[in-house]
Write a protein that binds this ligand. Structure first.
Ligand code: HEC
Length: 132
């Protein structure tokens, strides 16, 4: 009996650890499918044309806007790390808010970024504000 309880707790433990790593894994897969063609696998962008997401002051300072950028895109001038970019980015409307959150949280900790964890409710509020 006791060993069954232990086994149960043990598997529960595994389950939770797995969930934790799956979350970043899904974010990474989505990033590679939907973002890497422009922002590159390593988040460095394309000099002069596409701004970086790795070590991007814009990403670290505009956490609340990231969900809107992913869903609705962005155009006009944007300054990232002192360099000006001006090419429109199309929105990606088919991503759910969970998928968007997973992508943001992947970006926030990838490539040496240390921008913290963005909770789901912040992502949702961000999307509320920019909904057209
Ligand atoms: C077709 C190319 C393309 C794709 C795909 C794309 N972007 Fe962008 N992204 C751009 C361009 C170009 C800009 C600059 C927009 C501007 O000048 O206003 C940009 C700007 C950004 C910015 C703000 C500036 C910065 O670099 O910090 C973020 C954040 C961003 N993109 C995230 C993403 C994420 C996350 C994805 C995937 C879900 C994605 N982008 C997919 C081209 C793309």
């Amino acid at each position: 009996m006791k060993s069954k309880v232990l086994l149960f707790l043990f598997s529960l433990c595994f389950f939770f650890f797995d969930c934790e790593s799956n979350r970043h894994q899904q974010g990474e897969i989505l990033y590679l499918n939907f973002c890497a063609s422009c922002h590159m696998d390593d988040g460095t962008g394309l000099a002069g044309n596409i701004p970086p997401l790795a070590q991007s002051d814009y990403v670290s300072q505009n956490q609340g806007r990231l969900a809107c950028i992913i869903r609705y895109g962005m155009e006009g001038e944007v300054v990232v790390n002192g360099k000006t970019y001006q090419n429109p980015m199309a929105g990606i409307p088919q991503l759910s808010e969970f998928e968007i959150a997973n992508i943001i949280n992947y970006v926030n900790q990838a490539w040496g970024n240390d921008y913290g964890y963005l909770p789901m409710n912040v992502v949702r509020d961000g999307l509320e504000e920019c909904r057209e």
